[in-house]
Design a binder for this molecule. Structure first.
Ligand code: SAM
Length: 260
């Protein structure tokens, strides 16, 4: 493990701080009944303590050298399955349901990965991730703040977002250029946020924040005119960052239910 040279293209920054590793595992609180999926186990810093407490542990790792050493190290443990593959195209549903998904994620793919996991949320019980602090801030941002945007709106519709603690660069080898943070995501009740057409909502929110300094009337011209915004109770002169999640959902639902 110590002989593995970190590969930049795989976003490899390995956790070395025992206190941080302990804090992450305590935040997850693995139980013998849990099926846990760890994304990007790397040399196994979190994997080892998880494996002692989880029921079954699935590891999804892209780097085939690391896959080989994980397979060797855990060969005798039948509660661990090592999958060589890309988490971005991984079929989590194939592992069952009630999954607990965890990982010190490769920061270069964290946003698309979060969207992919959101698409498979029906089989996920909760998620704990280490991410760039800036991404965690965006996930948890409230309307009116600079960090509030597409990621926060789309995630917080379905999940409670709970930033847990920050982690400094020195806790990793090699140290990343940014501060990191650990976040917990737990699903909201199914009826908390009913979106009639997820694809429409996603495109509309992307358009609204794609030109975040424009008014909604201009940024959403492709989706709604001023009258339709007013009919949904939205002032066309507002900007995207002033609209809360419920307002985006109501607008999208109102627009897709309208006959063409
Ligand atoms: N969990 C280890 C730790 O905390 O020390 C490693 C974390 S490192 C930040 C990210 C890990 O994700 C690396 O092992 C890297 O090879 C792996 N990885 C990168 N891209 C991946 C992908 N698309 N799918 C699965 N694993 C990936």
């Amino acid at each position: 493990m110590s002989t593995h040279r970190a590969r930049k293209r795989f976003g490899q920054h390995f956790l070395t701080d025992p206190g941080v590793i302990h804090a992450i595992v305590e935040a997850i609180r693995p139980q013998p009944s849990d099926t846990i999926v760890e994304i990007g186990p790397g040399p196994g810093a979190i994997t080892r303590p998880l494996s002692r407490r989880a029921g079954h542990l699935h590891l999804v790792e892209l780097d085939r050298d690391l896959v080989a050493s994980l397979k060797m190290e855990f060969a005798g443990q039948d509660n661990i399955t090592v999958h060589e593959g890309d988490a971005l195209s991984f079929d989590f549903r194939a592992l069952g349901d009630n999954l607990r998904v965890v990982g010190n994620l490769p920061y270069n793919i964290s946003t698309p990965l979060l969207f992919e996991l959101l698409a498979q949320r029906d089989v996920i019980q909760d998620m704990h991730f280490m991410l760039q602090k800036e991404v965690v801030d965006r996930m948890a941002a409230e309307p009116g703040s600079k960090a509030y945007g597409r990621l926060g709106v789309m995630l917080s519709c379905h999940q409670f977002i709970e930033p847990l603690f920050d982690v400094p660069p020195e806790s990793f080898d090699p140290p990343p250029a940014v501060i990191s943070a650990v976040v917990r995501l737990t699903p909201k009740p199914k009826d908390a946020c009913v979106i009639h057409d997820e694809e429409h909502m996603s495109r509309m929110v992307a358009a609204a924040f794609g030109q975040r300094r424009k008014t909604l009337k201009n940024a959403l011209a492709e989706f709604a005119n001023a009258d339709q915004l007013l009919a949904a109770g939205i002032d066309p002169g507002l900007r995207a960052e002033q609209l809360d999640v419920d307002a985006f959902v109501s607008l999208s639902n109102a627009l897709v239910s309208k006959p063409a």
